[in-house]
Design a binder for this molecule. Sequence first.
Ligand code: FES
Length: 283
Amino acid sequence: MNAELLIPVGVAVVAILAAVAAFTIAWRRSSGDEWRKNVARETLASDRSTGVDVTAVVTDAAVAEAVLDTAPEAEEPAVGAVAIATTQRVVEVSPEEAGVTRRTFLNRALSATFLGGFLGTQALAFLSFLWPKVSGGFGSDVVAGKTADLLAQAVNPDGTKNPVFVPEARAYVLPASSITSEQFDGRGVDAGGLIALFQRCVHLGCRVPWCQTSQGFECPCHGSKYNSVGEYFAGPAPRNLDRFVVEITDSDDFIIKTGSIIETPRAIEKSVEYPLGPSCIGG
Ligand code: FES
């Protein structure tokens, strides 16, 4: 199941479970206290304050007498009637003392349902954010192709570079320069003569296209320029294009580790010359 389908299905399941739980609890609570609907609230309150259940249905004469003994000046009850104390003390009770009414309970259950749905949505959104790490795609190790094939595609017959764009990794794969800046040493950013550059401009995040004529990357948003190995050349970008850690498997697959992004400061000494022709964005 993909992440787009996972979210609505999860929300629906959470909402249904919450609704079923609320209905079940409401039904149980109401079925045992049905008689209370027919008794005045003041009577219930008086009952609680005296500890005598004056609303009990009297089904036996002896029981009726016992009830009246606890209720001063009560009249003779009839079997099957509801015995009500003739002298009642009206006591104001707080909602807490009166207990949770059905309406209050249902309101709370409704609120809990919406809250549960909201929290469920957030949890599923978080899981979907993590989803690519376990199912492939950006954030995980991406197989860009066979190293030999990538090398062949990334260099034109005339010797100019032609980066291979790998959408799943959001990366350009291109030949590494034989003269590499020291700041990349030992950081795992080249393998088999190839490197992988993150397509995102390090200024404000625009996708940086390749310019075939100048043999560099030129950002159309604010004019930052980088040479063919992503080293900073001009514009507001604060550093070089970011690189990914890469490796080659025993079967010659070129792997881009998109979960490992390497940032480097502007290269003082450039590995390759730039520009080698007209710019695509001017300036
Ligand atoms: S986003 Fe690329 S230069 Fe501003």
